[in-house]
Ligand binder design. Structure first.
Ligand code: AMP
Length: 210
């Protein structure tokens, strides 16, 4: 968990390499639905562009369907879910059914100024979701994804006005969800202001300790 742009996607991808567990990013699932113009994609396009959250009911359907797939039966890395107190309840229900005990919730932290700086320079691959940055993580060839060769794009919600809205939504709706995990003693904070590799080391150690 963590503010938009704090590095959840990057860290979850690194953790997937280390653990072999599938990386379940609700943001990627929703963006793919928008890209292929599925019925869900048409419903959520405007919501994603505004920086607000998709409804808890729709998120419940999407996450239940995703976690029932065969590759998720041995565990999974959730990125961007849960984001509200209601979604915490949904996840509790899903985990109970799968007979999985939640042993750690990791929150990446960084200052708001750093977040805005990171998100404004972020460029992403619309095909494989790899993440780059105009100053700190340049692709080998300008504007081209290192991993799959697609043209990189700026996410429509990475403009300054929408970034501010996403930060407000985080404070209003996701912070209480985080606090509910803190009360249950599950929350581990990871300082995400350094480089991705050192954050990955700290996160990896925290996961192993858990
Ligand atoms: P992300 O890639 O995690 O920053 O998500 C991009 C956008 O997708 C968010 O700003 C929301 O509009 C939507 N989204 C992703 N995950 C969720 C979620 N768990 N609940 C509601 N909306 C979500």
């Amino acid at each position: 968990m963590g503010m938009p742009g704090v590095g959840k996607g990057t860290q979850a991808a690194l953790l997937r390499e280390r653990t072999g567990l599938p990386h379940v990013s609700t943001g990627d699932i929703l963006r793919e639905a928008v890209r292929v113009r599925s019925p869900v994609g048409r419903r959520v396009k405007g919501v994603l562009e505004s920086g607000k959250l998709v409804s808890d009911d729709l998120m419940r359907e999407l996450i239940v369907e995703r976690l029932q797939r065969p590759d998720a039966q041995e565990g999974f890395i959730l990125d961007g879910f849960p984001r509200t107190e209601k979604q915490v309840e949904v996840l509790d229900g899903v985990l109970k059914e799968l007979d999985i005990v939640l042993d750690g919730v990791y929150v990446l932290t960084a200052s708001e100024a750093e977040i805005v700086e990171r998100l404004s320079g972020r460029r992403v691959c619309p095909r494989c979701s790899a993440v780059f940055h105009l100053e700190t993580r340049l692709p080998s060839a300008p504007g081209v994804c290192d991993d799959c060769g697609s043209a990189l794009v700026q996410r429509p919600d990475d403009t300054e006005a929408v970034i501010r809205e996403r930060l407000r939504v985080f404070a209003d709706q996701t912070r209480p969800a985080l606090e509910s995990y803190a009360r249950r003693g599950l929350l581990r904070e990871i300082d995400a202001s350094g480089c991705p590799e050192s954050i990955a080391r700290e996160l990896g150690q925290a996961v192993e300790r858990a």
